[in-house]
Design a protein around this ligand. Structure first.
Ligand code: G
Ligand code: MN
Length: 253
């Protein structure tokens, strides 16, 4: 899959950390060559791409690059797919997965819900993705798109709690909401991933509430470096140091 975005965009990687302090998989995040992590060009571009209807091209290009890198490194990768892509470019995205899927551990993160009348497409996508060995994550739960009913409906392998919810644990209603979400996920056998964890106190609190998987800046900024399965366990420090030194990112495929 090559299009005009291949030369403009690249995946950065952010680990989903397991209870043993080791990565479970690496989420591929769309980033631009044109801006650093601290600017929000990628956020604005994603927003425009979703609204204007070219997010499918971005999803496919990032997925293709990240899958190639993950196969090479021998690690599990997470790929974001927007509802627009499932509705408008289902075969393109599945084609990207199928080209690399054999034996490659893979999580597909659903970033938005479909229009209600297209839930048939969501089902077909989830079925096909599972048939090639992918696990399914509901992304940004608690921040707009997905409802509690979707968790029962899709029975995902992972439910990722939106950063806004993770940042809202100082009030009792925030903790109550999170407790309910954990119970709901447990009920369908899904693992909860807390997103946007930035300090150890938050990680410990989440842990005490039954959350076992974490993602966030506590383990460093996302990096264009995808560690290899055989790299030493202190890789997050190395990756963070790399970002601070301002490595120039190079294409991974
Ligand atoms: O795929 P998703 O919509 O969950 O994207 C998450 C976004 O949030 C990414 O662009 C990522 O860089 C950003 N992010 C991830 N972890 C943290 C964090 O701990 N703090 C902040 N401020 N942003 C984060
Ligand atoms: Mn995601």
């Amino acid at each position: 899959m090559h299009n005009r975005f291949s030369q403009l965009l690249l995946p950065f990687y952010q680990p989903v950390m397991g209870p043993a302090g080791t990565p479970v998989y690496f989420e591929a995040l769309m980033r631009t060559y044109a801006a650093s992590e601290t600017r929000d060009l990628h956020r604005r571009l994603l927003e425009v791409a979703e609204e204007a209807g070219f997010i499918d091209e971005i999803d496919c290009v990032i997925a293709q690059q990240a899958l190639a890198a993950a196969v090479e490194a021998g690690v599990a990768v997470g790929l974001n797919v927007s509802a627009f892509t499932i509705q408008n470019a289902l075969e393109d995205f599945l084609g990207v997965l199928k080209r690399r899927a054999s034996g490659q551990p893979l999580v597909v993160e659903l970033t938005e819900t479909l229009q209600p009348d297209r839930s048939d497409l969501m089902h077909r996508f989830v079925e096909e993705a599972r048939s090639i060995g992918a696990q399914i994550a509901i992304d940004d739960y608690g921040d707009g798109h997905f409802e509690a009913a979707d968790i029962g409906f899709l029975a995902p392998d992972f439910v990722k709690l939106a950063m806004a919810r993770v940042k809202n644990l100082s009030c009792s209603s925030g903790r109550q909401w999170l407790g309910d979400a954990v119970a709901l996920a447990n009920g369908v056998g899904a693992d909860i991933v807390a997103e946007g964890v930035e300090d150890e106190a938050t990680r410990a609190l989440l842990s005490s509430m039954g959350v076992r998987l974490f993602q966030g800046h506590l383990w460093g900024l996302p990096s264009h470096l995808l560690p290899r399965a055989k790299d030493p366990p202190d890789w997050p420090t190395a990756a963070r140091a790399g970002v601070r030194r301002g490595y120039v990112a190079t294409p991974l495929s």
